[in-house]
Design a protein around this ligand. Sequence first.
Ligand code: PEP
Ligand code: MN
Length: 339
Amino acid sequence: MIVAMTADSTPDNVEEVKRRIEAHGLVAAVSQGVERAVVGVLGSIPPDLKDEMELLPGVMQVVVVSKPYKLASREFHPDPTTIQIGEATVGGPQPVVMAGPCSVEDEEQMVSTAKAVKAAGATVLRGGAFKPRTSPYSFRGMGLDGLKLLDLAKQETGLPIITEVMSPVDVDTVAQYADILQVGARNMQNYNLLDEVGQTRKPVMVKRGLAASYEEWLLAAEYVMSHGNEQVMLCERGIRGFEQFTRFTMDVAAIPVIQRLSHLPIVADPSHSTGKWYLVTPVALAAVAAGAHGLLIEVHPNPDIAKCDGPQSLTFDNFNLLMSQVHALESIRNHPVPA
Ligand code: PEP
Ligand code: MN
């Protein structure tokens, strides 16, 4: 952080700035220029320090140089993080495809989908047992019975599981079944949940909130990491725009931006971002081309009768087509050079 003083600030003003900085246990480096003084702040900057400095007499401008998130930042950790999930390396050279139904419905649906997505090349199985629904009257998932069916599908196929946990009180139970704990978009700023998943040593996927900035999203990851859980991946799943035709607006630029700001892997979800099955493959390809480390894709044996998100779910055949096109793109996808 840099505090620039006004041209007519007094030595007492500069002294007060220095005193306040030092009261936080930080180092104040004063540089007296010809026109004005500038004070550099060194150390771990508390979030409210900018506001405190701006209110002091003689202060012209406060510029925050380092990011409010530290553990998640590239500055702090220049090498990319990779997370091993079974045979898949999230953050490695190949995009990892996580596929399965929106929600777990029954044994036949889960096991047949697991086998189909595995045969097509997916290496992680998804399925929601605890579903965040806009209406309280919609199907809200099978809960513990759903987790057991995910486990069954895992036994049958060997595929590791990603599944959502919605409440801090369910974290321990879900962690017994999940290989990746998913924090949904609507819970991205549920700080008690972030604290709780941070206490586990399970990999966590933090989906981007419906209207979250990059900084807010990375601060959500920081919450998890602040408890010592460094296995965090992010997922761009579309944000709220004004367009009603698509369910959300996929922010493809988020993929290279996150790679610039952070060392954490970034996964893309073209299913929830578009809401329409025929948009899933084109948007998945755009995400992979942009450098996504993974894809989260909804697949259902019969999307017409899915209990949740049928219109955006791919049939097995369409998922096969998506996979063949993703493979074709793998060798030319973008590998951004860190800033
Ligand atoms: C999901 O992946 O099942 C889901 C509900 O996604 P989101 O939290 O992104 O809406
Ligand atoms: Mn869904």
